[in-house]
Design a protein around this ligand. Structure first.
Ligand code: NDP
Ligand code: ZN
Length: 359
């Protein structure tokens, strides 16, 4: 058996944690809550590294709870199911993204917008107080297993390339959702600012939806990859004022300080600027009311992951059209190095941690 249930019903787990904001990752043994009637136990096979993991683990968004086990791009195999589980069976593949529970009863939850649970009961996959399980801190996917309500698990077919599926659970849905919200279609001009883990997914989805797509990056390092994907414009933040192209939608995935207002100039009248990138609190960019008024006729909105129903829709869409992230598989011992590369500008796209051998 690939898992161990303790006498009190809790599940034995093993993962990698940061013990303080400046620490390195260290092996960490812990337990997860017992398998409830509607819960499934997933043996984690792959876990993507999202920049949100870095923001959180380094307390860039406010003080995290330590030990901190990040990871909300989880793909694995169901190894046990609660007695009332109806949508999964042992042996199925499943994915878990940024949330593991919510009240299920408010208007937002009923509309499958669980990330906006009106009772404030969205339980995030890590660094979140799980009020449904005695208020314990949640631990994420840099680990060998996870227990989750079946209502928060995404179905993944047996023939799916699991390593590539993992990043869809956050990078996929977080970019798919605003592109759908902005009703991207044939003939749209879409700009994607920040060409990393999320940016690549935004580019691929927007192209599939029929848009012509341009990328905004801070240098030309990944220009060739972008052109190969079918991108028609590639701009760097040094030549923003010279850009003549005007966009229906610009989606920002930028995780650092930047000039938000400069992007408004690049929108058509009625164009939209959608923000998903969330820089550290102490270097958070802002947008002045003056700029909004003088650069009028543009719409600015933020977007937070996506609901479970839409996440399943994104998964099905991605698999149907073979839209996958660009991934590099790493060992758990390389997580610190990956974090370094993702912050010093030497990373390519998505690192995925191989958890298959973590018994
Ligand atoms: P990555 O580190 O994979 O990618 C970020 C990319 O942005 C890199 O390619 C980086 O370039 C580029 N970049 C950095 N600064 C600039 C700049 N000033 N101008 C243009 N490009 C820039 O991060 P992720 O894609 O994983 O995440 C991106 C952001 O989205 C993070 O802040 C994350 O927390 C947030 N996020 C938000 C979610 C939501 O629901 N709203 C969900 C998931 C993530 P370089 O290659 O040079 O480093
Ligand atoms: Zn994420």
């Amino acid at each position: 058996m690939s898992y161990k249930i303790l006498e009190n019903g809790r599940v034995q787990s093993k993962g990698f944690a940061m013990l303080s904001k400046d620490a390195k990752f260290t092996p960490f043994d812990f337990t997860r809550h017992a398998l409830g009637q509607k819960d499934i136990l997933i043996k984690i096979l792959y876990a993507g590294i999202c920049h949100s993991d870095i923001h959180t683990a380094r307390s860039e968004w406010g003080e995290a709870t330590y030990p901190c086990v990040p990871g909300h791009e989880i793909a694995g195999e169901v190894v046990a199911v609660g007695e009332k589980v109806s949508q999964f069976k042992v042996g199925d593949y499943a994915g878990v993204g940024c949330m593991v529970n919510s009240c299920g009863e408010c208007e937002a939850c009923k509309q499958s917008q669980e990330q906006f649970c009106q009772r404030g009961q969205t339980i995030f996959t890590y660094n979140s107080k799980d009020i449904f399980h005695g208020g314990e801190n949640t631990y994420g996917g840099y680990s060998n297993n996870i227990v989750v309500s079946e209502n928060f698990a995404i179905k993944v077919p047996q023939n799916a390339p699991l390593e590539k599926v993992a990043p869809l659970l956050c990078a996929g849905i977080t970019t798919y959702s605003p592109l759908k919200f902005s009703k991207v279609k044939e003939g749209f001009k879409v700009g994607v600012a920040g060409f990393g883990g999320l940016g690549v997914m935004a580019v691929k989805y927007a192209l599939k939806m029929g848009a012509s797509v341009s990328v905004f990056a801070r240098n030309e390092k990944k220009k060739e990859e972008a052109l190969k994907m079918g991108v028609t414009g590639f701009y760097t933040s040094t030549n923003m004022a010279d850009i003549a192209e005007r966009f229906d939608l610009i989606l920002s995935t930028i995780p650092t300080f930047y000039d938000v207002s400069a992007y408004l100039d690049l929108l058509k009248f009625g164009g939209e600027f959608a923000i998903v990138g969330l820089p550290p609190h102490d270097t958070m960019p802002s947008l002045s009311v003056k700029d909004l008024v003088y650069k009028a006729g543009k719409k600015v909105y933020g977007s937070l992951i996506g609901g479970i129903k839409e996440t399943q829709e994104m998964m099905d869409f991605s698999l149907k059209h073979a839209i996958y992230p660009e991934t590099e598989l790493i060992k758990p011992s390389q997580i610190d190095e990956a974090y370094e590369k993702l912050t010093n500008g030497t990373a390519k796209f998505r690192y995925v941690i191989d958890m298959r051998n973590l018994e």
